[in-house]
Write a protein that binds this ligand. Structure first.
Ligand code: SIN
Ligand code: MN
Length: 205
């Protein structure tokens, strides 16, 4: 059955609550954690050298990185220097089923939000292909997701719970978005607590 989509009030910001069943969430968590065994979570820094509160790694041909050289996509893990592991098939299937985009994503950023981690309001601007959607899967603790139109103006927030999938598409591809906070203890899916966010993008044209 196709997941139910709800209206977010921002055209192009698509949200499918509970797109993944509890069993599917556990299977995806296991697949992602197995895949990142050789690509451990690390804490990137801003250009100014300030550490992010979110830990990150990536899957697929390209991974998003940030350091004193700025934001970019690269084919290797910045600590191990090895190529990123492949994306689990289930993620590629979700991308096909929900976005209908004719080409597969080439990058999956894996964000780990432990208690207290947050992500400031930003736009996804580092992709060469900005027509392709951005698809984001939430696993584990609930997040308060803030969003607003690309052009500015007021923002709103919505809670993203484990198994929810959302997408930035069309007029909302460049929407401002971020994570205000994580509701610690709201899910038992992630050992040690927290939230895993999987963001699929097409970084190259
Ligand atoms: C991101 O913008 O990279 C992550 C958004 C999220 O965690 O839901
Ligand atoms: Mn983003």
């Amino acid at each position: 059955m196709a997941p139910r989509e709800i209206d977010t009030g921002l055209e192009g910001l698509r949200l499918w609550p509970a797109a993944l069943s509890p069993d599917e969430q556990a299977a995806l968590r296991d697949a992602v954690l197995a895949a990142v065994e050789t690509a451990p979570f690390y804490r990137p820094t801003t250009r100014a050298g300030r550490p992010f509160s979110v830990e990150m790694t990536s899957l697929g041909p390209l991974g998003w990185v940030s350091d004193r050289g700025g934001y970019r996509y690269q084919p290797t893990h910045p600590v191990t220097r090895a190529p990123w592991p492949p994306m689990p098939e289930r993620l590629l299937e979700l991308w096909r089923d929900l976005t209908g985009w004719p080409e597969p994503p080439d990058a999956c950023l894996v964000n780990l939000f432990r208690d207290g981690a947050r992500m400031g309001l930003h736009q996804d601007l580092d992709e060469a292909d900005r027509a392709a959607p951005v698809l984001s899967v939430s696993l584990g603790d609930t997040a308060v997701f803030r969003f607003g139109a690309a052009e500015g103006g007021p923002t709103r927030s919505v809670r993203l719970t484990s198994g929810d999938v959302c997408a930035l598409t069309g007029p909302a591809r460049l929407a401002r978005h971020g994570i205000d906070r994580i509701l610690a203890g709201s899910s038992g899916l992630i050992e040690g607590g927290g939230r895993l966010n999987l963001t699929l993008r097409k970084a190259r044209d």
